[in-house]
Design a protein around this ligand. Structure first.
Ligand code: HEM
Length: 108
């Protein structure tokens, strides 16, 4: 079964735009990582300052392999070299889950 890894980011209101812009120009390397299944950047709509970076992987080993290699390059920020910009998030926590059940619409 797949595993879900969610990076929980605390993003102050004045940093939201910066964060979303940074994701808009993200490295796009995760898509070609072995065992990668899904990514979503989730914006909070109920007044909290918590963004979720949802990722799903074939197994724990695939996620660990990404973390040890491509993840680092994908987190350089900006991608044009020079100084790393100040992080838009003020805190982060990694949540890990195993997918126990899943479903999609019939016929899809
Ligand atoms: C120290 C904590 C972290 C912070 C503050 C953070 C923040 C960010 C930011 C701002 C970006 C946009 C690219 C950039 O500007 O660097 C990004 C990309 C990304 N982050 Fe994180 N991140 C963290 C750790 C993680 C972890 C543990 C995961 C695992 C779920 C993760 C998943 C991703 C993915 C999948 C991308 C897109 C990479 C790509 O396009 O290849 N991040 N992150």
């Amino acid at each position: 079964m797949s595993v879900v890894k969610i990076n929980v980011l605390t993003v102050p209101a004045e940093q939201r735009e910066t964060l979303e812009k940074r994701f808009a120009s993200r490295a796009h390397t995760v898509e070609s990582s072995d065992g990668f299944e899904w990514f979503e950047l989730l914006r909070p709509v109920e007044g909290t300052d918590t963004y979720l970076v949802y990722t799903r992987w074939r197994d724990e080993a695939s996620f660990q392999a990404w973390m040890e290699g491509p993840m680092k390059a994908a987190h350089q920020g900006g991608g044009e070299g020079g100084e790393r910009p100040r992080p838009a998030a003020s805190d982060s926590t990694l949540w890990s889950f195993e997918v126990v059940q899943q479903a999609g619409p019939k016929g899809a």
